[in-house]
Write a protein that binds this ligand. Structure first.
Ligand code: ZN
Length: 256
């Protein structure tokens, strides 16, 4: 009787363990796919299109226009949550005598394609396609791989790292480093080195709203690969460069 009981107990444990394994992928999928809700889309293809910037932010219900007083011009768009957080941060900075100015926000695929192809045409004919692409990637991202597609990124005040190292720029940069995280903002393109061996060069002006962009980066891991990066001159180089791994995921720890 005791022997029978222990056998059936073992059997029960075995069933439990097997069912746990059976359901585990579903559970972990559900966990990983949760960020999808934050995008308000329901299919992988939709997520892929979103992350690659194949949409018009002006017509997307999760986006809002950035009021001109927060930017150098009107016409920028951000996801509503990111914009609200930025406005709170802007107010706090203002109290401390720091004026944050948005110089760029959401840029969709077509916009990025325009930038990229203009630069592609200017590359020396003698360069290999891969070297042409690597040369452009020093300053601009490949269409489909820019974090600016996501509606969570802002470029602030000056496109010049030096500006942030003295005077007004340094004061602003110090303020952001001490306070931005309270509002959910973090810097993806920190200094390159051991901590961040691949990706774009340092950009002191580029800040990311991580409560949205971190889940989006996780989504990117699920749906994007180099074969999806197509639709522009030189896109055949995406695979050779491993652009998804080296650039999309080449961000600081605080943005992962
Ligand atoms: Zn940027």
């Amino acid at each position: 009787m005791i022997r029978f009981l222990s056998l059936s107990l073992n059997g029960l444990i075995a069933v439990l363990v097997i069912s746990l394994f059976l359901f585990m992928p579903a559970l972990s999928d559900a966990k990983q796919l949760k960020p999808v809700e934050s995008l308000q889309v329901s299919h992988k293809k939709d997520i892929e299109d979103y992350l690659m910037g194949h949409f018009n932010p002006k017509k997307h219900e999760a986006f809002a226009k950035v009021p001109a007083k927060y930017a150098n011009r009107s016409g920028y768009y951000l996801r509503k949550e990111a914009l609200n957080a930025f406005i709170q941060m802007h107010k706090a900075a203002r109290k401390d005598g720091v004026k944050l100015v948005i110089r760029s926000a959401t840029r969709n695929f077509n916009y990025q394609k325009g930038i990229w192809e203009r630069k592609w045409r200017k590359q020396k004919k003698s360069r290999s396609p891969k070297n042409k692409a690597l040369n452009i990637l020093k300053l601009s991202s490949m269409p489909g791989t820019s974090r600016h597609h996501w509606g969570t990124e802002v470029d602030l005040n000056a496109f010049n790292n030096k500006w942030f190292t003295k005077g007004r720029g340094l004061k602003l940069f110090n303020w952001l480093n001490n306070n931005a995280s309270k509002y959910g903002f973090s810097r993806p393109y920190t200094q390159k080195g051991k901590q961040r061996p691949t990706g774009y060069n340092e950009e002191k002006w580029h800040w990311s709203y991580t409560p949205l962009s971190i889940p989006m980066l996780h989504d990117a891991r699920l749906v994007l690969d180099d074969s999806k990066i197509t639709g522009f001159s030189g896109s055949q180089t995406a695979k050779k460069i491993a652009v998804v791994q080296n650039y999309i995921f080449g961000v600081s720890q605080t943005c992962q």
